[in-house]
Design a protein around this ligand. Structure first.
Ligand SMILES: [Mn+2]
Length: 424
């Protein structure tokens, strides 16, 4: 029998590293006999879409949360009563099963429930000599039914409830059934901060983390897990090394994806996060994939840098990550473009969109990095009362909610640490 399927996922608002490296890491697991599949915690951006298309790889399925679903916990061993059942059949049903209400079907179709109390009344009638009801006279629609897609944690603590798919009876659910259900196992790549992990992770089981970011917040697990953090420019570089370590040749398409991730995260080796190992891995991967790094790299970055059809609201959500120091919760989004002038021309609209984003979840601030790939610099704009923090973080005067930061391209290395430091 196949072991339980494990998900491999990157962070919310996935970037090319999260999309491509989760596919590559799931493939490595699969080649080692582990039943793993890649999933994604959000929409695929243009750059990642370009890479997937170029190397002819299907995008992985979207999984927006890992809450235990009713469909996974439903008891299918509780049969329904046919509407033609006798009172005796119903009595036997209640003798065999615990619920206070028995589900009733007409053929495949769920038609309602009959209550144990109503049945008891019928047996009183047998003593008083009144005419007995038939099951169909006792059936009523319950107030609460669940579908397989419902979240299990919504099932009330007491009682059993009918689960229907459309009007078809599936089984019954109880809070205890949900607790006993198998947890989805998940391998995280390219992130570890609580706020960036797919929703519902508290009802799932993290089995490994492979990452190249700061350790942020409280990642707690029930058992010991595999963890690999390395300060390199891209998770793909770590995964490339894991293929080598396992003595497994990187498949051609996978090499293309891993290369794309490295190009993306290091902005074609321009980012200060880029290490020699990233460059070496990229050279090897380009060889396997059969592409020229510079030519392919610029083509891919350009595909991602085309933000001309995005609205200001979409731009301020682009590649957005949420951070918290326990007091302040804030977001930092980033757009990387060949030329920043078009975006800077709509700065007022972007600031208004940032304020909408900030107010929507009452964030302390919402930041946007407008990064010029050719210029190798970032215009950093924000909404929220953070003038002093930003001025202190970057030793710059804030002018109209903006600072210009030459040589700054990396959120993780050049933006988030000084911000967190200045917030102390
Ligand atoms: Mn990354």
């Amino acid at each position: 029998m196949l072991s339980k399927q494990i998900f491999v996922t990157g962070h919310k608002s996935p970037d090319t590293d999260s999309i491509c490296t989760s596919i590559a890491y799931a493939k490595l697991q699969e080649l080692q006999g582990v039943n793993a599949i890649p999933v994604r915690a959000g929409e695929i951006n243009k750059e990642s879409a370009f890479a997937l298309q170029y190397f002819k790889v299907e995008p992985q399925p979207l999984v927006t949360d890992l809450y235990v679903k009713v469909g996974k916990a439903v008891r299918r061993d509780i049969p329904p009563l046919p509407v033609s059942a006798s009172l005796k059949d119903a009595a036997q049903w209640f003798a065999a099963y615990h619920p206070e209400e028995a589900p009733v079907v007409d053929g495949e179709r769920f038609v309602g429930v009959v209550a144990k109390a109503a049945l008891a009344d019928e047996f009183i009638k047998t003593v008083t000599g009144e005419e007995l009801s038939r099951i169909k006279d006792l059936v009523y629609m319950p107030e609460t039914v669940f579908s397989p897609a419902h979240n299990g944690h919504d099932v009330p603590k007491e009682g059993h409830y009918v689960v229907v798919d459309g009007d078809r009876y599936i089984g019954m659910i109880c809070a205890g059934c949900v607790e006993k259900a198998d947890k989805q196992q998940v391998m995280l790549v390219d992130h570890n901060e609580r706020k960036q992990i797919i929703d519902g992770i508290e009802e799932a089981e993290i089995v490994s983390v492979v990452d190249h970011h700061r350790i942020g917040g409280t990642l707690m697990t029930e058992g010991p897990i595999f963890i690999l953090f390395r300060p390199v420019g891209c998770t793909a570089t770590i995964v490339t090394a894991l293929y080598e370590q396992a003595g497994i040749a990187v498949p051609k398409q996978i090499a293309g994806l891993l290369l794309s991730a490295i190009i993306s995260d290091t902005v074609l080796f321009r980012s200060p996060t880029c290490t020699e190992e990233d460059k070496e891995a990229a050279a090897k991967l380009a060889d396997i994939a059969g592409v020229d790094i510079q030519t392919y790299g610029m083509e891919m970055l350009k595909a991602g840098a085309n933000v001309s059809d995005l609205t200001p609201d979409q731009i301020v959500h682009n590649d957005m990550k949420e951070f918290s120091d326990g007091v302040h919760t804030f977001t930092v989004a980033q757009v990387q473009v060949m030329d920043t002038s078009d975006l800077l021309a709509q700065k007022n609209e972007l600031l208004a969109a940032l304020e909408r984003l900030r107010a929507s979840k009452d964030f302390s601030a919402s930041f946007l990095m407008i990064t010029g790939i050719i210029e190798e610099a970032t215009n950093f704009i924000f909404a929220g009362p953070m003038e002093e923090v930003v001025a202190k973080a970057f030793s710059k005067d804030v002018v109209e909610q903006e600072v210009f930061l030459p040589h700054v391209m990396s959120r993780k290395k050049q933006i988030v640490p000084p911000l967190l430091d200045a917030m102390k």
